[in-house]
Unconditional design. Sequence first.
Length: 346
Amino acid sequence: MTSRPTKPQAERIVGGLKNTLLLFGAVIACLLLLEAVFRQFIDDGQLYELEMWKYARDMKIRDARPEFGHRHRPSREAELMGVKVRTNTNGFRGPEIGERAASGVVRIAFVGDSVTLGWGVAEQETFTRQVVDALVRQGRKVEGFNLGIGNYNTTQELALFLEAGARLRPDIIVLSYFINDAEPMPTYPVENLLNMNSAAWIVFSYRFDSLLRQFGELPDWKKYYRDLYGSDASSWQKSQEAIKRFAGVARQLDAALIVFNIPELRELKPYPFAEVTAKVRAVVEGEGVTFVDLLPSVENLEPSSLWVTVPDPHPNGMANTAFARRMTEEILPLVDQVCSKQAQGC
């Protein structure tokens, strides 16, 4: 028979429970205070990891289909990296676009990842918008739509184009290729309370990962990118297949396809990934598709002058303008070919 605790024992148990609850309450209070400090004083709207977190939480939605993984929410708006980002009813960044282009108007689909999206860049400064505006200034009747989504690889870009871009019947497909487009499918963290709601947790997790890379437990960024293009890298094989499929789909749509290679902006001269560019070029040109390397448009500029922020080397407005100039030169003849083929006054 179990004996009941004596009064002193019961008091000690109750006291221990009270102390545990007080300690738990103090920890929770400290964590809440830390979170409040982060949101009030640390989050200035320019922290890359926090802004990417807001982008994923507020602008994206999971898509269970393995070729997608995630996509943009339709008809959303947020301020990210200090600029407004909006999506239309298709989930594309920018204004609404009709199901068919008006007669005599050449429609251009811009396909890519966060660089095409224009991460950290105002909508009017993205190269997608600047190219269209430049063509209009040169007397061409054109319109475009932006299929760029952050953290997409080439396989995901193809899947999105097949589902949402092809039905809009573009006359020209602009595929912007970035070196990380050969990454495997993204992984998605468990949607726990910390990942969904804590800015402090996101910053600490990101900084810890950065420390691991700095001290060698994770590969540095150059090795990481080069390893993506190894002869036995399955994700590079899938990226090649997607590029070839893009070429086939363009032929089926009777659309012109052009591929622009966006350089990694951390180091430009000498550029550390020339061999990667050559591999991508070989695949693209092997399909009879035009490949244009945009490195010459920026290689003589100071790399950090082209970044959204010093820790975030996404192309800023200045870089987007440099890219847009070169892209417009290459796209203009394609527009004229479409107009000539369709015998329309565009």
